[in-house]
Design a protein around this ligand. Structure first.
Ligand SMILES: Cc1cc2nc3c(=O)[nH]c(=O)nc-3n(C[C@H](O)[C@H](O)[C@H](O)COP(=O)(O)OP(=O)(O)OC[C@H]3O[C@@H](n4cnc5c(N)ncnc54)[C@H](O)[C@@H]3O)c2cc1C
Length: 430
């Protein structure tokens, strides 16, 4: 890009420049913009919807809390959230329940997280970005026109039809599952080991415990797939199921009938929803998991779901979006201050966020495996292995050695359990 302002094209009402453009005003994009603005950078944030808007992904992880502190929004999130002290896994027949309390994690860290309505949570981070000086455009859809070694050209179109052509020195793709840049560069790879889809909705009147466990997320293992129960404020409970895409393709009636039939597969869910009232329509999402081949290019980075998405059984999405937002903002600030560091910082950024995703992915790939399921509902703290799992469930995706070797042991146990079960099947009479 040279210094002269580009001439407007036909139908384009303005041409503008900015140092950094962020596409997508979800937690990943809004946090990146806020972190950068706090460092004094000029940032423009484009969001195609208008906050507050519905979004799925309501269960947060404890390790996100320091990031909320850094953003200066922790108190507000606490105000809108339900305290989440742990995660519970319930066996397929309902006979076993395992409670993983975050306070028992191996490394020091927050002992709880929150369950939040995403319409409220996302708005809080978005507003924070505005307060820090980010220029925002809502109800404006962005299209990346070109990416090169000097920057990016982006066209935005507002709900009123106004089109703006932007030149930006650095682009952050935080467009979530729209994966704008990955699609444009053909860098998006579906994950063949996790092809799930989901149906979910909000309910009122789901019975709650009246003790400290009432804020926990409950994960019900079903066959196929799994279901979540997330308590939100005002007696609203989020309930949804995730199952292999083939299962959802067997649907031949309404989405509601299909959802009800799936709920009936688990004794606790059927009972839990018996007297509950559904609030609004059910939502569905498919083509679940994917990864981009690269998290960064010469003048762009991908943050959150725009880079990759994995099955949400461990509630990892928002945490991965916030951690990648932080990493991206540091890398971009370094590059803008010292352009010669660009290649090294972008490579580090890629490695950093890929490492986190990879660490969690092994567990995600096991979720349909009977031996893994057995271990999740019968946790044993042999040599501290259960506490290492709690660290993982807390969002500790950059574990130190004391967690890593215990996680390796967990993986070894999982193969031993599977081998023993195979042996038992071969010799049913011992
Ligand atoms: C069924 C299901 C259950 C989940 N449960 C959990 C959970 O319990 N906990 C958890 O942490 N995560 C969960 N997730 C994952 C979570 O929803 C995401 O990981 C998280 O929202 C990622 O944040 P993000 O900012 O990267 O993307 P998003 O939150 O999706 O934000 C992207 C934003 O970009 C905007 N956008 C898209 N295209 C454009 C464009 N062209 N121009 C302008 N704006 C655009 C969108 O409108 C959106 O606001 C779940 C996901 C699914 C599918």
């Amino acid at each position: 890009m040279d210094g002269a302002a580009p001439q407007p094209e036909r139908g384009v009402t303005a041409s503008r420049r900015c140092d950094v453009m962020v596409i997508g005003g979800g937690p990943g994009g809004a946090a990146t913009a806020a972190f950068l603005a706090a460092k004094g950078h000029q940032v423009v944030l484009i969001e195609k919807d208008r906050h507050p808007r519905f979004h799925i992904g309501e269960s947060l992880l404890p390790r996100s809390l320091p990031l909320l502190d850094e953003l200066g929004v922790h108190d507000e999130v606490r105000r809108i959230g339900v305290l989440k002290p742990g995660a519970e896994f319930i066996s397929e027949d309902g006979s076993r329940e395992a409670i993983f309390e975050f306070r028992r994690a191996l490394r020091d860290g927050p002992a709880h997280a929150y369950q939040v309505r995403r319409s409220e949570f996302d708005q809080i981070i978005f507003d924070r970005a505005v307060a820090l000086g980010v220029e925002v455009q809502q109800e404006a859809t962005a299209r990346v026109v070109s990416l090169d070694d000097d920057g990016a050209s982006v066209r935005t179109e507002g709900a009123d039809g106004e089109k703006i052509d932007w030149e930006t020195g650095f682009l952050v793709d935080a467009s979530g599952r729209s994966t704008l840049v990955s699609k444009m560069l053909s860098e998006k790879l579906p994950d063949p080991r996790n092809t799930s889809a989901a149906i979910f909705g909000h309910f009122r009147g789901v019975p709650r415990r009246d003790d400290e466990r009432s804020g926990n997320i409950r994960i019900y293992l079903t066959r196929p797939g799994w279901m979540w129960q997330i308590p939100l404020r005002d007696d609203v409970t989020s309930v949804g199921f995730v199952a292999p895409g083939e299962h959802l393709q067997t649907r031949d009636g309404s989405i509601e009938a299909f959802f009800d039939a799936h709920c009936a597969r688990h004794p606790h869910i059927a009972e839990m929803l018996a007297s509950a009232e559904r609030l609004g329509p059910l939502h569905a999402t498919g083509n679940f998991s994917y990864r981009a081949t690269a998290a960064a290019g010469a003048r762009h980075v991908k943050v959150g779901d725009a880079y990759g998405f994995i099955d949400p059984i461990f509630s990892t999405g928002v945490h991965l979006a916030l951690t990648s937002a932080r990493e991206a903002s540091i890398a971009i600030a370094d590059i803008l201050a010292q352009p010669s560091t660009r290649a090294r910082r972008l490579a580090q950024y890629h490695d950093e966020i890929e490492r986190r995703l990879k660490f969690v992915s092994w567990f995600i790939y096991q979720i349909h495996d009977p031996s893994f399921r057995k271990m999740m509902v019968n946790p044993k703290n042999i040599l501290g292995v259960e506490r290492a799992m709690i660290s993982l469930l807390s969002g500790d995706f950059r574990p130190d050695f004391q967690i890593r070797w215990r996680i390796a042991l967990f993986r070894l146990f999982r193969y031993m359990v599977a081998a023993t079960e195979r042996q038992d099947r071969r010799n049913p009479n011992g």
